[in-house]
Design a protein around this ligand. Structure first.
Ligand code: 9L3
Ligand code: MG
Length: 133
């Protein structure tokens, strides 16, 4: 049985209805691909707390867990593990979004998301965001 990996991701939505994507940095798995920000749930963590932590670490913003709404989830089988990834949406946060890990960031209209190469887990999430917005 492949290992199950729980990762959380977030679609941050600005007041113009654009969504934030981040480019995975060199040296990381899937480098160069554009993703919804997030990361692994650590043992003992609540998924919403993981997401709050990841968004602070990667983007320097503070998100209250009350501002996070689950929209859907991705499920994708890699060779050596199975990725399960809830996608949250968030429209309110404190601070100014900045890439703290040297990653490029872009605010993109939902229909333009397809123009950016994404990890295979993230791509099927796009239609859900188009429907939402
Ligand atoms: N992953 C895929 N799409 C995403 C995120 C945040 C993560 N939107 C995948 C990439 C890695 C794994 O999940 O295989 C763990 O992510 P990270 O801790 O390397 O960011
Ligand atoms: Mg990450």
């Amino acid at each position: 049985m492949p290992k199950l990996l729980l990762v959380v991701a977030c679609a941050l939505i600005d007041t113009d209805g654009r969504i934030l994507i981040a480019q995975r940095p060199e040296g990381k798995a899937l480098a160069g691909l554009w993703e919804f920000p997030g990361g692994k749930v650590e043992p003992g963590e609540r998924p919403e707390d993981s997401l709050t932590r990841e968004l602070a670490e990667e983007l320097a913003i503070t998100v209250k867990k009350e501002c996070l709404a689950p929209l859907t989830f991705a499920s994708y089988a890699y060779d050596d593990f199975h990725l399960l990834m809830p996608l949250y949406v968030c429209r309110r946060w404190q601070g100014i979004v900045q890439g703290r890990e040297g990653q490029a960031l872009k605010w993109v209209r939902p229909k333009a998301l397809r123009e950016y190469p994404m990890p295979p887990a993230d791509e099927p999430l796009i239609p859900h965001l188009i429907d939402l917005l």
